[in-house]
Design a protein. Structure first.
Ligand code: ATP
Ligand code: MG
Length: 300
């Protein structure tokens, strides 16, 4: 299939999960176990589609790199065990590692806490021509920090700045930050992998059961489950307040990993496809230069 057709199909597949305007966004309208127009029996077909998307992504990334104009920022947010790491691994598997940068944001360090909360993210923005992946991001500020106000205390903010408008202001700042980035040639796509509490529990139990998975689970992960409702309220507000056409959220069902990967891969192909990428063309002076080089090489 031609690259243009793959991009077109990917756009269609990902579109139902894209949020461009958040004012009507409700998490309850999104089923974590959803598989869109597909069924369990289409799983193998979906996996083949992911492979095709990965191939397309590799081609698009070569052009992105050669063109050296746009940067692409992919933000991944989710509850534990929703499958962030697996999605990143699978979807980016065909991409030249030199064109891709992954950053994982854990609890902030002392140095991070001596700065504003966007600081550690701004210093890790992808360069032009590259794809940057944020495994967690500045959105933790309006998710984990909002859920646990004790983290806010650690930020050493001047107390008079902590008002009841704080979260509203944070959303506004994030919107402005993303607006600023996109006006500077950073294409932004954000993914919320929407796993259900029941499926998370199943995956945690699996992690205890299977020796190769044990390292992944900490007691803290289980503790955070108790704040499920608060986190979901946080996600709903964040998505409602920060979805824009230039930095949309994708709310991706995450109870079935094959479907999550299918949608994320499609959305990323769509994103790069929207840039009208092409290899830079060579001007007459450059052509003449190359002809000289060719002549010299053939003469050797
Ligand atoms: P992950 O959970 O992303 O797969 P991990 O298990 O290797 O990665 P953790 O040590 O669990 O890494 O680090 C992620 C933790 O850091 C999460 O609990 C997250 O909420 C927390 N975190 C990230 N950013 C912040 C922040 N700005 N303030 C407080 N905690 C944060
Ligand atoms: Mg963790």
């Amino acid at each position: 299939m031609h690259l243009k057709d793959i991009i077109h199909r990917c756009r269609q597949h990902a579109a139902p999960f894209r949020v461009n305007h958040g004012h009507k966004f409700r998490l309850k309208d999104h089923d974590p176990a959803g598989t869109g127009h597909l069924h369990e029996r289409d799983k193998d077909k979906a996996k083949k589609d992911v492979e095709r998307s990965v191939g397309a992504l590799s081609q698009l990334q070569e052009m992105l790199y050669a063109q050296d104009k746009w940067a692409v920022l992919l933000v991944f947010q989710a509850m534990d065990a929703a499958g962030k790491d697996g999605v990143i691994k699978h979807v980016m598997s065909g991409v030249n590692p030199q064109g891709c940068q992954v950053f994982s944001f854990k609890s902030p360090s002392n140095e991070d806490l001596d700065h504003d909360y966007l600081w550690r993210c701004s210093r890790n923005m992808p360069e032009r021509g590259r794809i940057g992946i944020f495994n967690r991001s500045y959105y933790e500020e309006v998710l984990v920090v909002r859920t646990h106000p004790e983290f806010l205390k650690k930020q050493k903010l001047p107390p008079e700045l902590i008002t009841r408008h704080l979260w509203k202001e944070r959303y506004e700042d994030i919107r402005n930050f993303e607006q600023y980035l996109s006006r500077n040639g950073v294409l932004i796509r954000k993914f919320f992998l929407n796993v259900s509490a029941e499926e998370q529990k199943r995956r945690f139990l699996d992690r205890i059961e299977i020796p190769e998975k044990r390292w992944k689970l900490s007691s803290n992960d289980a503790k955070e489950r108790q704040f499920w409702k608060e986190y979901m309220a946080g996600y709903e507000d964040a998505i409602a307040n920060t979805s824009t056409p230039h930095a949309p959220w994708y709310v991706v069902p995450a109870d079935h990993k094959w479907f999550t990967r299918y949608i994320v891969a499609s959305a990323i192909v769509d994103a790069l496809g929207s840039l009208n990428l092409a290899f830079p063309t060579v001007d007459d002076a450059k052509k003449a230069e190359l002809a000289q080089v060719e002549k010299a090489l053939l003469k050797e």
